[in-house]
Ligand binder design. Structure first.
Ligand code: SF4
Length: 317
């Protein structure tokens, strides 16, 4: 009973979508806040964002703006990254339970054990890791700069974590180094099958198939282009093909369609949805700004160590 009344009252307070958006704009101004949203977010959230981007774009934006408050519409490791880069800012994650299943596949004890086993390796952590894990990495990277960054590392042996698929993709581009991989993966991308690609090829013979390197190597070997979210967006804009088959999280459709309204975008599979990326709604953004919570904090001893790995990532853009 209490919750039903609560929901009704909240909706009355927030009003219509248009009123809600106007109130969000007003609160943003009042608190000198900025809304950053990942391309995988719900379209209604992307619509109110000041900046849209992939992990790398948003890390840069988080570090480089004059706002006092960052409302991070993504998943927890992204909001933590914003806090590590800008500790003086209030960082809000509108849904505290928006985690990343891949990031949760490795913890500090796992990485300590791997480091003990491979003491001669340089540890490169995908940005999709907790702050505690980042603090134990030599370098962080995103899918957008991983190949460039790994190539530039002086050491010859790389311990890459947590995403085995991305690690294998990088290893194929950097054959001069040896690699050790952790066993993590992104469930949204990992469960795409080569058969899904073959079927799309048959049904859409004129389509260009673009995929994210979090997919398995046997899937990537069948597509036309492999790239990070921002690289997929660029490729779709520049492609001469009018039908684009997309093999990454479904939220990217909003920006793809906005950039190229004359093209048709087709999801390779209905499996390409990350439930955590879909948790934040416009209501959550509104509530978060009006209550200034949930706030993300990173303990200082962890933050300082994680910052070194993140700064090395940003130097290799
Ligand atoms: S799409 Fe995959 S890597 Fe990205 S937040 Fe979801 S589970 Fe994590």
């Amino acid at each position: 009973m209490r919750s039903r009344q609560g929901i009704r009252k909240r909706n009355e307070t927030m009003g219509t979508k248009e009123e809600q958006i106007a109130q969000i704009q007003g609160m943003k101004k009042k608190h000198n806040a900025v809304i950053l949203a990942h391309y995988y977010q719900n379209a209604e959230v992307q619509q109110v964002a000041d900046f849209l981007g992939d992990s790398l774009d948003l890390s840069q934006k988080a570090a480089d703006n004059d706002a006092d408050v960052v409302v991070f519409c993504g998943v927890k490791f992204m909001a933590e990254t914003a806090k590590i880069l800008s500790p003086q800012k209030t960082v809000l994650l509108p849904r505290e339970d928006a985690g990343c299943l891949m990031a949760d596949m490795i913890d500090a004890d796992d990485i300590r054990a791997l480091k003990e086993e491979h003491p001669d390796a340089t540890v490169v952590g995908y940005v999709n890791t907790t702050a505690e894990v980042k603090a134990l990495c030599d370098y962080c990277c995103t899918s957008a700069n991983a190949v460039k960054l790994v190539r530039a590392i002086p050491g010859n042996k790389i311990l890459f974590l947590p995403d085995r698929n991305l690690g294998q993709y990088i290893a194929a581009q950097v054959p001069e180094k040896t690699f050790v991989f952790a066993e993590g993966f992104c469930p949204t991308h990992h469960f795409i099958e080569p058969e899904d690609v073959r079927q799309a090829r048959e049904e859409i013979p004129d389509g260009e198939i673009l995929a994210h390197p979090e997919c398995r190597p046997e899937v990537l070997s069948l597509v036309d282009f492999v790239g990070s979210t921002s690289q997929i967006l660029k490729r779709a804009r520049e492609s001469s093909s009018l039908r684009i088959v997309v093999c990454t999280e479904q939220g990217i459709l909003y920006k793809l369609q906005k950039d190229s309204p004359n093209k048709e975008f087709i999801m390779l599979s209905p499996k390409l949805v990350c439930p955590n990326m879909k948790k934040i709604t416009l209501d959550d953004v509104h509530r978060s700004l009006s209550r200034m919570e949930p706030q993300i904090d990173v303990e200082d001893s962890i933050r300082v160590k994680a910052l070194t790995a993140l700064e090395r990532m940003l130097q290799n853009v």
